[in-house]
Each structure stands twice: as C-alpha cells, then as structure tokens.
Design a protein around this ligand. Sequence first.
Ligand code: NAX
Length: 332
Amino acid sequence: MKEINVAVTGGAGQIAYSLLPRLISGETFGENTKVNLRLIEIPQVLEKLEGTIMELIDCGFKQMGSLIATADIKEGVKDADWVLLVGSIPRGIVIDGKKIEERSDLLKINGGIFTDQGSAIGKYAKPNAKILVVGNPANTNALIGMNQANNSSQQWFAMTALDANRAKAQLATKAGVDISDVTNMAIWGNHSPTMYPDPYNALINGVSAAEVINDKEWIENSYLPLVQQRGKAVIDARGASSAASAANAAIDTVKSVDNPTEKGDCFSAAIASNGSYGVPKGLIFGYPLRTNLDGSVEIIQDIKINEFAQSKINSTTEELLSEREAVKDLLI
Ligand code: NAX
C-alpha cells in the first residue's frame, strides 16, 4: 500500500468530526493508500481530541495508518503531503475582555495563527505539499500562510468548494434537474458574501444555466444572495455553522486537485492569482480551475465575463485588497 501523511488543524472541531473518518476510509485518497493522520490542536483541547481519535480507531478502516495528536505545528506538518488548515478562532470569541466582532480584528487574530503555521509548512512539510485553508477568513489566511511558507514548490488553496456545491444545488432545484446535471460552476473571488457564483458559465446538461432558467430577475437578484447567505441560513436553522457540508467540500477539493478534471468541467478553489482576469497578482482569488493529466493545476482561461459578472468580480477583488491591506504587517 502507498502511504501519505495528512495534517489537519482544528482536529477536535465540528468540521473535523465529519472530515477525519472520510480521510481514512479509502474514499478520499483511494482504497490502496494508507493515510497517516497528524491532528493538530491547541493544548487546551488535546484531551477532547483523544475522544475523536478513539472513534477513528473504532471505525476500523483498513486505510488508517499512524495517528499523532499534537499541539506542536512543526511536529504536525513534518513530511506532510497534504495539510488541511481547518482550525481558527471564530467570530464572537472574547479575547482579553474584548468580543471579537469586526472582520478586521478576526483577520489579525487568525493571521497570527497562520504566520506560524505557514512558516512551519514551508520548512517541514514535503516540497510538493498541497495546503487547503478552510478556517476563515480563508482567502486571506491562505495569503498569510503562503507568504510565510515562502516555498514555491508547495501549492496553497483556500476553500470555495462549499460555495460551488451550494451554487449548483440552487440551480438544480430551480431548474428541476439533478445536481449531477450541473457542471462548470465557478466561484470567483473571496469566500465571503462578496463571492460571485457564476450562473452564466455554469452548465445544465451542457447549456448555460442562466439560459436554461431564463429568469434574469431571479438569476441576478435572488440566486446570488441565496448562495452568498447560505452559510448564515444554516447557522440560523441549526444553531451551528455548516460542518458536514464543509467537510464534504474539503474532500471534494482534495479529490479535484489530486485527479484530472473531466473535459469541459472545472472545479472551484481560490489560488494565488497570476494576473488572470485582471486580478492583482498574488491575491488568493477564487477561480475556475482544472487539474491536468500531469497533476498541475491551472486557471481556466478565456471564460466570457459579461458586464454583470465583471462588476461582481470587481467588488470581491476590492474586498480582498482591503483584507490584504489590513494584514500587511503579517506579510513578508
Ligand atoms: P470549531 O470551532 O468547531 O473548530 C475549530 C477548532 O480549531 C477548535 O477545536 C479549535 O480548538 C481549533 N483551533 C483554533 N486555533 C487553532 C490553532 N492555532 N491550531 C490548531 N487548531 C486550532 O469550528 P468548525 O466549525 O470546525 O470550523 C472551522 C473553520 O472553518 C472556521 O473558521 C469556520 O469559519 C470555517 N468554515 C469555512 C468554510 C469554507 O467554506 N471555507 C465553511 C465552513 C466553516 O464556516
């Protein structure tokens, strides 16, 4: 059996609870790959993490390799092939007597975490490691981590696959088709309410979804908020943020990066911009991506951007630029 090392931060959190069994069940990395898990948590939570580990052992998956629980990021990411950065500090937490409500404060606090994690990944993870940031604010956390890692042979992603799955589901429901009939769904920009889920280039059975639905008012005024606010709707209903669907999206992303993309389709994740579509270089920006047969991941070019799409792409770019400005002290 082939072996890989997978490091996950936030191992005792609710997303990890759904994610970890699926990483070692053969589903994500294949039946013939043994997965060595390195679970990284803050020291106060290591005891709780033991409970999750007991359950992982009790699942009895034959693809489960070694299991390490640690609060030491260097030990956790050593020789990692994949690093899933799920852990972060949530909005609303009280630190030094102050309730953290502002996005700018959240950016700085989590930014501090991602400087140490990024630098450890750059030094100790494998040279070809792939890193997926789930913890919010995901794009800017990835920007900080990638910057600190300063290792161009590694590849950083921020997760927008949950947004893409939500965007496909809403189109399928509206058009009365199966979700598998919806392809080519791109999420442009930030994993935040400014993201742009693209209904014009998404396809329903090979035809533009916007054309199939043929309701411009719904597409431009109802569809976007439905997708953009779906996370909040889940919190309102469940009293907790999306966990099973977030874990599923992380697995979708790993599989999309590790396997060639079907012809005519794309997958969604945020990666460092190379200037494509006029987005400033280096911003971690959600793009339609493709994995090639040689394993390289590229931004799909020549997608038609109409005026409506361009205005949305401009707004989400502005937001990412202001986030970058807010954390500029953490960038090297
Ligand atoms: P939880 O609060 O259940 O778990 C987070 C865990 O991270 C906790 O156990 C905490 O102890 C740990 N942690 C905090 N700082 C850490 C550090 N420095 N090193 C290691 N572990 C650390 O949150 P959960 O619901 O699992 O969500 C995790 C993150 O995913 C949040 O930031 C959340 O906002 C984000 N999400 C991102 C999504 C995306 O699409 N990109 C969607 C789902 C989710 O909202």
